[in-house]
Design a protein around this ligand. Structure first.
Ligand code: LLP
Length: 380
């Protein structure tokens, strides 16, 4: 990636830099790969709700997957059509449900019978109907970090396959709830298609099983989860969307009347974002050299929370000589470390470093721990 370093010089660090051209190319690749008439791609707003990012995604014509009233509000303000909004989440509050119903969103992805009861109660009070898809926990191991796997029986998400029939009967008994489909999401940062293939098979079995009982689902939502290349973002700036969508096309048996929904977050926005930080000090320890930067785990928590690694580049130094450093932030926690034994060009105070692939779950997860400012952003 080529960084507009001149323009960075006047900006206060740390900040998120978003390459909007790359985002646009990524969205174009999605549109080409998901060209099937009944495929609908939603963007999972939780990955990044920066208005510049949302604007480009809205203009590309995607729908959205929201997990809070705040995300629904951000999406509506950005001009997404209410019918293109799905509302997911295991703990929707009464206030959020009411707001979503009044906004006339497309569908609630419902995670339990108690939630259905509340939706029915509020919809009846408001005199409206709620479209509902039941989130099924398909018990599939997505082979990803245990904090971001969601489709296993032991996870809190969804309704188990054994309890699905009861939930479906419950829906039919509610006058203000209209069951339109099933929803799945098996985890995030999934880097092989095998878990998605298994998901298709699970869905085929379920759809067939319920079709025999006269239950027809017009909408199937397979969630998100497609992973990206954190090791070498320039090798794969755009994920292999063709392979991903073709997997569903190949293995999922849909009738022409069924709509297939996707909720992609990371694969859309991760590679277009970098966290830009300035080197404060280069400190010689007894055994190590530390590069201390002005960004910390408050700006990008993924390394501290998931042992994630973001490629680190010195975008200032032109030196051919390299050295080995630990790159750490200023927060009073040992986990505030972006990389150990990183080989970088000779690095000095004032240099700018880019932490790559930080467009997803970066800025949006920033906090003010230590009374720090939230990171700024610059999109181009
Ligand atoms: N749909 C549902 C129901 C989800 O829970 C998620 C993500 C998505 C879609 C979007 O998944 P994606 O395409 O981005 O993988 N903070 C973690 C990731 C948490 C993902 C939570 N759910 C991280 O930084 O790795």
């Amino acid at each position: 990636m080529i960084f507009p370093i001149q323009e960075f010089e006047n900006l206060e660090t740390p900040f998120y830099y978003y390459d909007l051209k790359l985002l646009e190319s990524t969205l174009k690749a999605i549109k080409e790969a998901a060209h099937y008439a009944n495929y609908h791609v939603h963007y999972a707003v939780k990955a990044n709700a920066n208005p510049e990012i949302l604007r480009v995604i809205q203009q590309a014509g995607l729908g959205v997957d929201c997990v809070s009233g705040g995300e629904i509000k951000a999406a509506l303000n950005m001009g997404f059509a209410p019918s293109d909004i799905v509302f997911a989440g295991v703990g929707k509050s009464d206030r959020e449900i009411e707001y979503a119903l009044k906004s006339d969103i497309g569908c609630f992805n419902v995670e339990s019978i108690p939630e259905l009861e509340v939706i029915q109660m509020i919809a009846s009070r408001l005199g409206c109907n709620a479209n509902v898809a039941l989130r099924v926990n398909p018990d599939i191991d997505a082979h990803t970090h245990h904090y971001i796997t969601t489709g296993l029986e032991e996870n809190k998400f969804g309704i188990s396959m054994q309890m699905l029939e009861k939930a479906i009967s419950y829906c039919y008994a509610q006058p203000n709830v209209k069951l339109i489909g099933l929803h799945f999401h098996i985890g995030s940062q999934i880097t092989t298609n095998e878990p998605f293939r298994i998901l298709c098979e699970r869905i085929n079995d379920l759809v067939k099983q319920f079709a025999e009982k006269g239950v027809v689902f017009t909408s199937i939502n397979v969630g998100g989860g497609l992973g990206i290349d954190y090791d070498d973002p320039d090798r794969n700036p755009i994920p292999d969307f063709k392979d991903y969508f073709d997997t569903f096309n190949k293995y999922l048996k849909l009738s022409p009347k069924q709509h297939l929904h996707f909720e992609l977050g990371r694969s859309i926005v991760a590679q277009c974002g970098s966290l830009i930080t300035r080197v404060l000090y280069v400190k010689e320890g007894l055994k190590k050299k530390f590069v201390i930067v002005d960004a910390g785990m408050t700006d990008l928590i993924r390394p501290a929370l998931y042992q994630a690694h973001h490629k680190i580049e010195n975008i200032t130094s032109k030196s051919d000589v390299t050295d080995v450093y630990d790159v750490v932030g200023p927060i009073c926690e040992s986990s505030d470390c972006f990389g150990q034994d990183e080989t970088l060009p000779l690095t000095k105070r004032g240099d700018l470093l880019a932490l790559r692939s930080a467009g997803a779950y970066g800025e949006i997860m920033a906090s003010q721990y230590n009374c720090r400012n939230l990171p700024g952003s610059f999109a181009k």
